[in-house]
Write a protein that binds this ligand. Structure first.
Ligand code: AMP
Length: 395
């Protein structure tokens, strides 16, 4: 079954066409800078790559371009031989409605739009992409997978905010959690790797956006992101958890609007703010090794926050038997993995430094023989997870 996996971001649309059974990626590409001018469209398939700069005013135009190129019979004179059996969409926010992925119908689209105020930049874009797919390819089923739904099992003691109940109800305030599609993929992969013998897993998704989720017997029990993806760890450009009173204090003591403070916390904080020059972890590692003190401080804060939440997850689950590093820095950086687990050897987290330096496209273990905890690196697999969801729901 060939599944087109579509990921609509606020100003981008990324896609992969995957044969579910073999995991072969038949085509992939992205539309970037949608609605911002100088938009680009890149696609690679049949061993050929192309990149265009052209006007892409909105996500409907973007998905039309993608479907056009994938379904066109000729690519530079060669038949594309590509079929699309179903389309899987990544949706950032499922609110309290969606506790699992599901097949799209009118009611599903209506609910995604209803929830959109919780993630306005993403959900409206995704809804418009779904509508376009249904119009252009009415006989092909659409499936939606939500970044929030894996966290639907988190107990009330962890998801409820200690704010007045009526305010929470009126504004739907609570911890939702994000990166759930990848945390679910991590859980599935650990099950395959251990033959179902892992019961207390902590998935550390460490990228530009970062979150840590604890998973007990397949069920998410807590996660670090909250009502929005701003909460939890120090991230690339997000400040992570700070005293909420800081926000009102800034607004009362500067000319900044609430919107401007939100932009600062999401786009100008985190590693970028602490280092003063970049949110890119590769650059920060290089600068740290060259003796740049603020780069080192930024990385120290990043790994310290990951370690702190790992400890919190250890406490709430009554121990950890498996820890996983995934996403950009988690799956690529020995430095970040070592620094995060440093000092936790007495709890069984002992890394084999040789295995830690390896690089693979497939999951691998970096645990030392004396470790009492499984330590895996698992390349992020949101697209595969969505493709599996499509197959599961259509079977
Ligand atoms: P993501 O948001 O998952 O794409 O992750 C992006 C982050 O991963 C960026 O900060 C990158 O610098 C970081 N990253 C990617 N590759 C490496 C690497 N080899 N070493 C360290 N960090 C990396």
């Amino acid at each position: 079954m060939n599944v087109l996996v579509v990921n609509a971001g606020s100003s981008s649309l990324k896609y992969q066409l995957i044969t579910v059974e073999t995991r072969e990626i038949l085509a992939k590409g992205a539309c970037e800078r949608i609605g911002l001018g100088e938009s680009t469209f890149s696609n690679s398939m049949n061993g050929q790559k192309m990149e265009l700069t052209l006007p892409i005013p909105n996500h409907r135009t973007a998905i039309s371009l993608v479907l056009g190129i994938l379904l066109k019979n000729e690519t530079d004179g060669k038949p594309s031989n590509i079929t699309i059996d179903a389309i899987g969409h990544r949706i950032v926010h499922g609110g309290s409605y969606f506790k699992d992925s599901c097949i799209v119908d009118d009611e599903v689209v209506r609910k995604i739009e209803e929830i959109a105020p919780l993630a306005p930049l993403h959900n409206y874009a995704a809804a418009s992409v779904i509508e376009s797919c249904r119009e252009v390819l009415p006989s092909i089923p659409n499936i939606v997978s939500f970044d929030t739904s894996f966290h639907a099992t988190i107990p009330e003691v962890a998801w409820r905010y200690a704010l007045p109940r009526d305010l929470c109800e009126q504004l739907k305030l609570r911890k939702y959690g994000f990166h759930g599609i990848n945390h679910r993929y991590v859980n599935m992969t650990v099950n395959e790797l251990t033959g179902g013998k892992a019961h207390k897993i902590v998935s550390c998704h460490l990228g530009n956006g970062s979150s840590i989720t604890s998973i007990k017997d397949g069920i998410a029990v807590d996660t670090t992101m909250g009502f929005t993806p701003l909460d939890g760890l120090v991230m690339g450009t997000r400040c992570g958890s700070i005293d909420p009173a800081t926000v009102t204090y800034i607004i009362e003591n500067t000319n900044l609007t609430a919107h401007e403070v939100d932009t600062i916390m999401n786009k100008k904080s985190g590693l970028l703010a602490v280092s003063g020059f970049t949110n890119d972890i590769r650059d920060l590692i290089e600068s740290t090794e060259a003796g740049h003190p603020q780069a080192k401080l930024a990385l120290d804060m990043f790994c310290y926050s990951a370690k702190k939440y790992l400890g919190a997850m250890w406490a709430v689950m009554g121990g950890i038997d498996t820890v996983v590093f995934t996403a950009g820095a988690g799956q690529n950086s020995p430095y970040i993995r070592t620094k995060t687990l440093e000092g936790m050897e007495h709890l069984g987290f002992v890394i084999d430094e040789e295995k830690n330096q390896e690089r693979h496209d497939e999951p691998w273990s970096i645990a030392a023989p004396e470790a009492t905890v499984n330590i895996f690196v698992i390349p992020a697999g949101e697209e595969f997870m969505i493709a599996y969801d499509v197959k599961r729901l259509l079977s």
